[in-house]
Design a binder for this molecule. Sequence first.
Ligand code: RP5
Length: 166
Amino acid sequence: MSSSPLVLIVMGSDSDLPIMQEAADILTKFGVPFEMRISSAHRCPQRTAELASGAAARGIRIIIAGAGMAAHLAGVIAAETTLPVIGVPTPGGALNGVDALYSTVQMPGGIPVATMAIGKAGAKNAGIFAVQILALTDTLLARSLNEYRTEMAQEVERKDAAIQPA
Ligand code: RP5
């Protein structure tokens, strides 16, 4: 696999990092090279647009965008590229991520954002979903995904065994 980043993780603020780190951890686990950036759709719109519009030309294949509150980051990024964009609504603010969920998932027809769950589970799934897309054209990655599923199932069996009476 190439060592230049294939996945770009963008978040609106460093306050999103504890959530978005879950996506980074999954990509690291599967050996997928990625880049992590902070860029805001409203605090630095021009910079965010340039980051998105230039991504494909430098080899990025998928963008994961995480933001909270009135989270327009994923949609703005999707507007600037035809790369698949995976959105992660991050928790926080008065509505604790429900606002971000609606802002991210409710894209008008024409510019899709593949929206995950609010918070750490969503960020983790964003990482896995990116790996699944890359695995369409990478048999080693596809094999790793199957092993990951097998390990998950075995973990459930271990937990089930652990609560059985002696
Ligand atoms: C959004 O506003 C960010 O994605 C973050 O989730 C939220 C709050 O940002 P900070 O005020 O913590 O920088 O743009």
